[in-house]
Design a binder for this molecule. Structure first.
Ligand SMILES: [Zn+2]
Length: 465
């Protein structure tokens, strides 16, 4: 049955191409930062409501998070959409740097496409399932603040992903791949120290320096580095270190990020960082306050979902580009040196990456090659992946060599090359969901794999109660 249902879904996407692009471009124009994506979330929720979805807003305690549901019964397939922008990246749809509004945010991670592709897939699924009388539930997850607040971690903690059989999402990138790599787990924490102020020359014995505590803590952590696993990453900044040197600072603040490939590794290292922080307070007779900002888990990959998505990427076929589009894309990355592009490609470890050095827009669909690899970034998609088999696939949106979170990605995200990626991804997502709905054996296999990879580990929210 699945081929006919897929045709219905593709037909809906083709027939509503202009509107899907309009939604994506509108969100691109709003360029709202995490947790204040009011217009973007409203637009998406209204669009879904218009197509018969039931919308619940404010989930996970966030006003811009929502869940839109259509259908009844099993299986329950989720799709996720992100819509937060990045600060300072405002840019016109032009192949040279030219801010639309200097200093304002821009969609440097393509989250306008992220949410529009999921919205289009959800609505296409809904009509295809209805037309072909197939029973299933489709859930669209409106996920705020991926960049700054790890919104999905709060949504997972709120239980909104419970009972979902599989989750799909799409992220713009420079390659078409349903990646098998994991990602780093992390904790983001601020340390506030409070001491006593005094004249630093006249009566230093009366003072207790909060800055001393920060410095001693940093020294302790820097010695700790030798005794943690190689793949861990610990970075910090000093946000506040006093006012002027002749006053003993009574307040100082640092901000730490602790990352490691596995969630429990982060927790072990973080416990040791806390001991050092407390030790620094004891040494300096200052008071310590720990402000836990957020944490995310490592990603649990899904080979079963990766295979489903890869086969649908090939079935739909990557978009064709006109000569003008390739020329535009070439110009967009003309400031990226060849060396830098080579390094970026090498870092992907993709077999045969050398052949891509002169390619502008990648139109191939390679077999995913990165099983067992851990990408150095972190994402809140990971926390969802502990609850249910999850696949965030990428499609080629930006020219090879374009750096992540750059003005180039802002420009590409509202250009016709970005629009083609959006339509392609919408079809791939809808078709993949339909495969999962049509064949219960696939979902069973995905859950077997999930259990095997988790090895009995239970999900524990990185956010303390
Ligand atoms: Zn992103």
């Amino acid at each position: 049955m699945s081929d006919k249902v897929k045709d219905s879904a593709f037909k809906w996407i083709d027939g509503n191409r202009d509107r899907i692009i309009e939604v994506s471009d509108e969100i691109w124009g709003y360029a709202e930062l995490g947790l204040i994506e009011y217009k973007s979330a409203k637009l998406l929720a209204e669009e879904l409501r218009r197509h018969g979805f039931n919308v619940e807003t404010g989930v996970g305690g966030m006003p811009t998070a929502f869940v839109a549901v259509w259908g009844k019964g099993k299986p329950v397939i989720g799709v996720m959409g992100e819509y937060d922008a990045l600060s300072g990246l405002s840019q016109k749809v032009k192949p040279e740097k030219d801010p639309l509004e200097p200093g304002k945010p821009g969609h440097g991670c393509g989250h306008n496409i992220h949410s529009a592709s999921a919205m289009a897939a959800a609505v296409a699924l809904r009509y295809a399932l209805e037309e072909r009388k197939v029973k299933a539930t489709v859930k669209f997850y409106g996920c705020p603040a991926e960049e700054s607040g790890s919104g999905k971690v709060w949504m997972v903690r709120d239980g909104v992903f419970d009972g979902v059989d599989a989750v799909l999402s799409h992220h713009p990138s420079s390659m078409n791949v349903a990646s098998l790599s994991s990602s780093l787990a992390n904790n983001s924490v601020k340390f506030h120290y409070r001491g006593k102020t005094a004249h630093a020359a006249g009566s230093p014995e009366q003072g207790r320096s909060a800055l001393d505590a920060i410095e001693l803590m940093n020294i302790g952590v820097n010695f700790l580095r030798e005794h943690v696993i190689q793949d861990a990453r610990i970075h910090y900044i000093i946000e506040s270190g006093g006012g002027q040197p002749n006053v003993v600072p009574d307040y100082a603040r640092s901000w730490y990020l602790v990352r490691a490939p596995e969630r429990d590794q982060v927790e072990h290292i973080y416990e040791r960082v806390l001991k050092i922080a407390r030790g620094a307070a004891m040494m300096t007779e200052t008071e310590l306050e720990v402000e836990f900002l957020k944490g995310v888990s490592n990603k649990i990959p899904s080979k079963v979902l990766s295979d489903v998505v890869t086969s649908n990427m090939r079935l739909v076929g990557p978009p064709e580009y006109t000569e003008e589009e390739v020329e535009w894309a070439r110009k967009l990355v003309s400031t990226v040196s060849r060396e830098s592009k080579v390094e970026q490609l090498r870092k992907t470890k993709r077999p045969g990456w050398e052949e891509l050095v002169d390619v502008v827009l990648d139109r191939t669909v390679p077999d995913p090659w990165n099983e067992g690899e851990v990408s150095h970034g972190s994402t809140d998609v990971s926390d969802v992946s502990w609850k249910t088999p999850t696949m965030e696939f990428s499609t080629s949106t930006w020219p090879l060599g374009a750096p992540g979170h750059s003005w180039m990605n802002v420009a590409g995200g509202a250009h016709s090359t970005g629009h083609k990626s959006l339509i392609y991804a919408s079809k791939v997502m809808a078709a993949s969901a339909l495969d999962l709905i049509a064949d219960p054996g696939l979902l069973e296999k995905a859950w077997d794999e999930q259990r095997r990879r988790l090895m009995g580990k239970e999900y524990k929210s990185p956010i303390p109660a």
